[in-house]
Design a binder for this molecule. Structure first.
Ligand code: TXA
Ligand code: MG
Length: 304
């Protein structure tokens, strides 16, 4: 079996593979599987759920996941495959895990230019979600050795494609409010993008649209939340954890990785029945518990 066959099998069985892109090495997982995505956050030790970039094989695969404006299409046609990520509204029926979008109604997409990255996406047959393959707060890896040094045992396999040609993360442009906005400078120069669009790129707006994780009430269900519940009260929708059980339980066995995988999908499900209050069982602060509690606290914060 080749390393590529192994890598595809590992990703299909919901585990993690580090792979080269032209920008930096990514830590890849099946974008359509909540548990696989949760494992990424666990491996990176992120204190909160930053949304992740979904890597696709070509523009056609991207069309199934997001709504493209004319400008977005212009950039995709000109710069994909390449170091450009587009943040777009999620399409209805988008199969990518809500956890990968950190509960936002948008999705970040890119077609990488590295042959091994493209081969991996093709071999898996599904989109692959991948942040840079470094521990949270560390420098992005541009060689397989960087990944080994930084994440070691936390990655099931590293595909070695040599040093990354670009060595800088992708440039991120959002198309969420009719205006192209530069969310992150990166491997594709602003001037090239502005020339292709025939207009200047604006900056990000303050607010939940472009600053996921920075705003208090960032992903909020319409119902108010009661957090750290130790018992159920009459009339509340219930989200259980461990032994505080309910029909929807983030993890009956008390596993925070499983709980992270279920968090956004279950909040959506409870919210859909328009309850007066959603009570959420207490989640321990260990491991991904910190990120889960961070998100819950934001979701429970007072709204404007
Ligand atoms: O070059 C790259 O982009 C590399 C390779 C592996 O593709 N990936 C990468 O991923 O740098 P990461 O997770 O380190 O950075 C992803 C960035 C974050 O700053 C995140 O906030 C932003 O993308 N992002 C993802 N989804 C978003 C969304 N829906 N709205 C706004 N920002 C988003
Ligand atoms: Mg990064």
């Amino acid at each position: 079996m080749t390393d590529m066959d192994k890598a595809a099998e590992i990703i299909r069985s919901d585990n993690l593979v580090a792979f080269p892109t032209e920008t930096v090495y990514g830590l890849g997982a099946d974008a359509t599987n909540d548990l696989a995505v949760a494992k990424i956050y666990a491996a990176k030790g992120r204190p909160s759920f930053n949304p992740l970039i979904t890597h696709v094989e070509n523009v056609e695969q991207a069309f199934d996941l997001a709504v493209f404006s004319g400008d977005a299409l212009t950039l995709a046609a000109q710069f994909w495959p390449g170091p450009l990520t587009l943040v777009l509204p999620r399409k209805a029926g988008c199969t990518v895990s809500l956890l990968a979008s950190a509960g936002l109604p948008s999705i970040a997409l890119r077609v990488p230019r590295h042959p091994l990255a493209l081969e991996l996406i093709r071999a898996v047959g599904r989109p692959i979600v991948a942040p840079s393959a470094n521990a949270s707060g560390r420098i992005s890896p541009t060689t397989a050795q960087h990944v080994r040094d930084g994440l070691g045992e936390k990655v099931d396999l590293i595909l070695d494609g040599g040093p990354c040609a670009v060595g800088l993360e992708s440039t991120i442009v959002s198309f969420l409010d009719g205006t192209p906005r530069l969310l992150r400078a990166g491997g594709l120069a602003r001037a090239e993008i502005e020339e292709a669009l025939g207009r200047k790129l604006e900056g990000a707006t303050a607010g939940p649209l472009h600053a996921p994780g920075q705003l208090e009430s960032h992903y909020a269900p319409s119902a108010p939340l009661r957090l750290n519940a130790s018992e159920w009260r009459a009339g509340e929708a219930q989200l259980g954890f461990g032994r505080l059980d309910a029909p929807l339980n983030l993890s009956r066995k008390g596993d925070v990785v499983e709980a992270a995988a279920n968090l956004f999908a279950m909040l959506h499900q409870l919210d859909a029945s328009a309850p007066k209050v959603i009570a959420v069982a207490a989640i321990p602060m260990q491991g991904l518990g910190e990120a889960i509690n961070d998100r819950l606290r934001r979701a429970a914060a007072p709204r404007e």
